[in-house]
Design a protein around this ligand. Structure first.
Ligand code: GLC
Length: 454
């Protein structure tokens, strides 16, 4: 059980982080740490808002979620100036800021045009869709999703995200750093987290986009894409001992339609650390897939979202949770959840991260432990019937988080050190603990972000 003072402390962070515009709550600041935090942590990040929104929805404070969803739609129009040319309207901002209390002005959005490294927030619009669905399920306010502005936004997202490019696979191609991992980390291409979000987005569109003649083609295309995406990911991203054996014995240079090793993966690409690490009764979705390339690193968020959104088949979901159980020290350690395992070091660190000191081995995105992932872990554990893992994870984390003043991330192989450059009072760290607690108390709250109604 979580102590009541831990929950009270988490709620206090969340309440204090609320941002207001014209007297209305519209979002939350990413962190309340005023000492070392970067200026943009005062902004509301779309992805960070999601676990906070789940708390607000569960607490019956749906107005802030509604205001947020509406504001993001309004802010879309600000992005045409980015890069000096008109851009597709489906992109949604990474973050926005509101004028300081007492100051006049409008909220302003960042579409990656101000962000460190100028990264494109590909995940934002997908989180907006997923949150809209959660809001509709929680409140029954389908009317909001059916307003012309919201219908137009959904249409714009589908048009942009399903746009044909130079793809031969149904998975979505993105640049490096375009989602939660928003620094160079060798996650360009077809990262798992993006595929999980894409899958949930397409499913949500099936529910929320009205079947008008204008939308028929989009709905039809997204239905087809859903089918090909799910079967592709379940086969080609999946890794268990059987699949590892197959890859180990792959023939290469196969040409033509009967090829088995379709992406021409060379067995030599299998990293040493996998030998002996993958247990017999477990498996996971690999981090990324491309021509001649499997990124074998384990990315926690992509795997957890695949379970929550139903992208992973039931037996795969089960085996992913088995992996957490069997490799607890590596993947959870003293602070849930390690964002990516293992870390890259040495020359590999230099060319994967661009020698980024923030992403030093076992720190930040490169193998750091992120409490904000707790909600997804708890949700996935409960979804697969692993209530004991959900319990264990909260016991491991919650008191320490409060004592450490809610850090953004932890460093070290086991996540025992407060992240070297971590903000304190990080809002989504606090929100994740509250959501996890609520889900344990009432697993019936799970459908808010689960795919069972699709
Ligand atoms: C960092 C994280 C990103 C998060 C942001 C605000 O940039 O990588 O995922 O949204 O901080 O907390």
């Amino acid at each position: 059980m979580i102590k009541s003072e831990v929950l009270a402390s988490a709620h206090a962070i969340l309440d204090e982080a609320i941002l207001y515009h014209n007297g209305e709550p519209v979002g939350v600041a990413a962190a309340l740490d005023t000492s070392g935090a970067l200026a943009n942590y005062e902004e509301c990040f779309v992805r960070d808002f999601v676990p906070c929104a789940l708390v607000f929805l569960m607490d019956g404070k749906a107005d802030i979620v509604r205001n947020f969803l509406k504001l993001i739609v309004e802010l879309k129009s600000q992005q045409s100036v980015m890069a000096g040319h008109d851009r597709a309207l489906g992109l949604m901002p990474a973050s926005f800021k509101v004028p300081k209390a007492g100051k006049e002005g409008k909220p302003t959005a960042d579409f990656g045009d101000r962000a460190i490294g100028r990264v494109a927030p590909v995940d934002s619009a997908m989180w907006w869709m997923i949150l809209l669905r959660a809001y509709v399920i929680n409140t029954g306010d389908l009317a909001l999703a059916q307003t012309p502005e919201f219908q137009e936004s959904i249409r714009h997202i589908l048009e942009l995200y399903m746009k044909e490019s130079f793809e031969t696979s149904p998975s979505m191609l993105v640049p490096d750093a375009s989602f939660m991992i928003d620094r160079r980390m060798g996650v360009y291409g077809h990262p798992l987290e993006i595929q999980a979000l894409f899958y949930a987005t397409l499913r949500t569109a099936q529910e929320l986009l009205l079947p008008t003649p204008e939308n028929e083609r989009l709905l039809d295309n997204s239905r087809k894409r859903l089918k090909t995406l799910v079967s592709y990911v379940r086969v080609y991203y999946w890794l268990d001992m059987q699949r590892l054996n197959e890859i180990h014995r792959f023939r290469s240079e196969e040409f033509g339609e009967d090829a088995v090793n379709v992406l021409n993966i060379y067995p030599e690409t299998i990293p040493d650390w996998l030998d002996g690490w993958l247990p017999a009764n477990a498996g996971y979705m690999v981090g990324n897939l491309g021509v001649g390339r499997i990124d074998f690193r384990f990315f926690a968020f992509g795997n957890l979202l695949s379970i929550l959104f139903g992208l992973a088949a039931d037996n795969q979901a089960e085996q992913i949770m088995n992996l957490f159980e069997e490799r607890w020290e590596d993947l959870v350690g003293t602070m849930p959840v390690k964002i990516c395992f293992p870390a890259v070091a040495g020359d590999k660190w230099a060319y994967t991260t661009g020698s980024d000191p923030k992403n030093a081995p076992w720190s930040y995105h490169n193998g750091g432990n992120w409490p904000c992932l707790l909600w997804a872990f708890t949700g996935a554990a409960i979804h697969t019937g692993h209530h004991e893992l959900a319990k264990k994870v909260l016991e491991t984390a919650s008191e320490k988080l409060m004592e450490d003043n809610w850090p953004e991330y932890y460093d070290g192989r086991r996540g025992r050190l407060i992240g070297r450059r971590a903000n304190l009072k990080q809002t989504w760290s606090a929100a994740a603990v509250i959501v996890s607690h609520r889900l344990q108390e009432d697993p019936g709250a799970l459908p808010v972000f689960e795919s069972i109604n699709f």
